[in-house]
Design a protein around this ligand. Sequence first.
Ligand code: ARG
Length: 470
Amino acid sequence: MTRKPWEHAKSSGSEHNELAARFVESLSYDTRLYRHDIAGSIAHARMLQEVGLITADELAAIEGGLGEIQQEIEAAGVTDWSGWEVELEDVHMCIEAALIAKIGEAGRKLHTGRSRNDQVATDLAMWTAEATSQVKSQLVDLISAFYELAERDGRIVMPSYTHLQRAQPIVLGGELVAWADAFGKCVNRLDALFILNDEMALGSGAIAGSSLPLDRRQTLRRLPLDSMSISAIASTASRDVAIDFVYALAMAAMWLSRWAEQWIIYMTSEFGFLAIGDDYTTGSSMMPQKRNPDMLELIRGRCGDVYGRLVALLTMCKGLTVGYNRDLQEDKRHVFAAFDTVMDCVAMAGGIVRSACFDESRIREKLDRGFLDATSLAEYLVTRGVPFRTAHQHVGSLVHHCIDEGIDQLAALSVDQMKQVSGCQAFDSDVFDWLGPDNVVTRYRTAGNAGLSGFEQRMRAWQAAHREER
Ligand code: ARG
């Protein structure tokens, strides 16, 4: 005889084979869904009563029993509840078995018109909704950390880099706001992708729906989901909710990794731009002087784990026929792991940003290197009527001259030298207002610029939006 109440068509159940039982179970990771599973069951049971498939007394017994089970799970601690029996495979069957043990016959009616296939899809959608808002608030906290740092250190003038080569001067705040923007977009992406998947599958049954008069609208009314899935087959076959969520997490992990890489570089002795709190560096077991940016390196490293989960989910789905296949059970391992990793990394990033201190004097030491103001000089010529392509060539010849002569700043040339070396007569004494990083950062005027005006505008907007909280 099988212990599995749903395997009576067979002479033996997989729980008698230790390897098979261990192979098929998801209980070792799906107990996280217990609250969502119980909420879904209560909504389903109320609907069953409304359409006359169970009595009011049976509903009361089911609701009471499920309520007790939830309390027991919470009292014991989710992993330690005595009702988890791995032979029953998963969270759904354990809770149903515990309910039947508690209330008898009425409990045996709960699964009317329902399958684990629509149950698990609904549980996962509800779990993901909550997880989405947790990731979002963690990201919003990280964004605040960037703005707080920018509020203090944002006016420091520094080089920007393309190809990791010196590009144009910016203010630090311009760069900090750029990270905040990237993470802001991660928040919007989480929202947008969840809207696509904010669906209830309950009432789809195993694949085809049910011949019983289930009222899916009544079930939906009682759940924190937005709409009813429109196809019983598609909604039990799909794991779009998992894939979209993990994709959004992977994008956040990617931005975290890029940020970590940049700050690791800024922390090198060669750059010396940045120090972070001692909590977030480690020593070396051999080299006594070391302060290694291990937390940043681990943020960068764990991005690979999140990508792996995304690829695992996509690959898991690619060969499946349109209906439930047990492969889909694996979704939760990947979704939960990606969520845990990203939550930890975002929290860690927030701590690091709040501990960060930029070294203005070190940044300034070499600020005159790299001809950061060359583009500004070309734009000066544009304001004097020179076509940009021509201006670019003139400034190029000046840079070339400086390098040949061992001059490290364009501002060290006189107006006459500029005219003579470039052959362009458009230079005048006001050219010096366009040279030097401090001048350049005040000259940017395009919306969204990374100079002073762009940064200050963004800072004011953020301060205004957060005035009440501060
Ligand atoms: N634990 C399973 C899962 O996570 C439940 C679905 C099992 N369904 C089935 N038809 N065998 O997907």
